[in-house]
Design a protein around this ligand. Structure first.
Ligand code: ZN
Length: 274
C-alpha cells in the first residue's frame, strides 16, 4: 500500500539536506569534533547522548539506541508515515517526486478522501441543525460535550432515504465513488440511497487526519413507532464502512491522529477496546 520511492530520489534528497541543520530545528546541537551532540528528543536525559553525523547523514542515540537518517528522524519526531516524511523533505530539498504525482491510485485516493470530507461536512451539519436533536440528546446522555464532538468531527445521519446522496449530487460529487466507499447504495432503477440512516456518525481518520471510513451507531427509535422485529434485525447497532482502497480495518487505530501529539509528549499510550 505504501508508494515505492526510488532509492536514487531518496539519495538525492539526503544529499541536499544537512541532517545537522535539519535536526537543530528540534534539538539544540553542539559541535564536538566531527559530530554534533545534544539531548535526545526520544528519551528523557540530562547529559547528551544524542549524536548527529552530518557528513554521513545519520543520527544515533547512545542512551536509547534510536538512530537512522533524516527520514527516520522526521517520521519519529513528527509521528508521520515514511511516504509523508519523504514528501515533506522532497519539498524542502526541491526534489520533485514525479512517480507519486503520476500515480493514478494516488489521484483516486485523493478523490475518495474528498468524498469522505464532504460526507463528514454533511453529517456535521445535520448533527448541529434541526434534524440532529435526537443525536445531540444521545451525546449529552453519554456525557459527550460539544467541544469533544467537534474535535472528533462527530455527525448525524438522519433517517431520510437519500439526504446524503442528494447532497453529494448537488456538490457534483462522484456517486459511484461514494458507493465504493459504502456511503450510498444504488437501486435497480439507478437511484442512489443513503447507507447510514438514523445514526451517530464517527469519522475514522488515518494517522494524517484524513477520513478513511465511518462508524455509525444506531440511535434510539421514537417511542411511538418502534421498529418491527424484522426491521430491528435488519438494523445493526453498529454499521461500519466496508474496506476500500482508503480503509483497511486492521491497519487503522481510531483516535491515533488526535492522540499522537500527546502520546509523543508523554511517552505513554493507553489503548482500549470497544
Ligand atoms: Zn535517546
Amino acid at each position: 500500500m505504501a508508494e515505492r520511492i526510488p532509492d536514487a530520489i531518496l539519495a538525492e534528497i539526503r544529499a541536499r539536506i544537512s541532517i545537522a541543520e535539519f535536526i537543530s530545528a528540534y534539538v539544540a546541537l553542539r559541535k564536538t569534533g566531527r559530530n554534533y551532540v545534544g539531548l535526545c528528543p526520544f528519551h528523557s536525559e540530562h547529559t547528551p547522548s544524542f549524536s548527529v553525523n552530518d557528513e554521513g547523514g545519520f543520527f544515533h542515540c547512545f542512551g536509547c539506541g534510536v538512530g537512522g537518517n533524516v527520514f527516520t528522524f522526521l517520521t519519529r519526531i513528527e509521528g508521520i508515515s515514511f511516504p509523508e516524511a519523504v514528501r515533506r523533505l522532497a519539498a524542502r530539498a526541491g526534489v520533485s517526486l514525479p512517480q507519486a504525482e503520476q500515480d493514478p491510485r494516488a489521484q483516486e485516493r485523493a478523490r475518495l478522501h474528498k468524498l469522505n470530507a464532504l460526507a463528514t461536512a454533511y453529517f456535521q451539519r445535520c448533527l448541529w441543525g434541526n434534524a440532529g436533536q435526537v443525536a445531540r440528546q444521545y451525546l449529552a446522555g453519554r456525557g459527550l460535550g460539544k467541544e469533544i464532538a467537534q474535535q472528533f468531527r462527530l455527525g448525524f445521519a438522519p433517517s431520510w432515504n437519500s439526504g446524503l446522496a442528494r447532497f453529494l449530487a448537488e456538490q457534483g460529487a462522484d456517486l459511484e465513488g461514494a458507493a465504493a466507499l459504502g456511503l450510498v447504495g444504488k437501486r435497480a432503477d439507478g437511484q442512489y440511497y443513503d447507507k447510514f440512516r438514523h445514526r451517530l456518525m464517527f469519522p475514522i481518520t488515518d494517522s494524517m487526519g484524513r477520513i478513511v471510513a465511518f462508524g455509525g451507531r444506531l440511535l434510539p427509535m421514537a417511542q411511538e413507532s418502534p421498529p418491527t422485529a424484522g426491521q430491528a434485525r435488519a438494523l445493526p447497532k453498529y454499521l461500519n464502512s466496508p474496506e476500500s482502497i482508503l480503509y483497511k480495518k486492521g491497519s487503522v487505530l481510531y483516535g491515533l491522529f488526535q492522540a499522537k501529539d500527546a502520546v509523543r509528549r508523554s511517552g505513554r499510550v493507553l489503548v482500549v477496546e470497544g
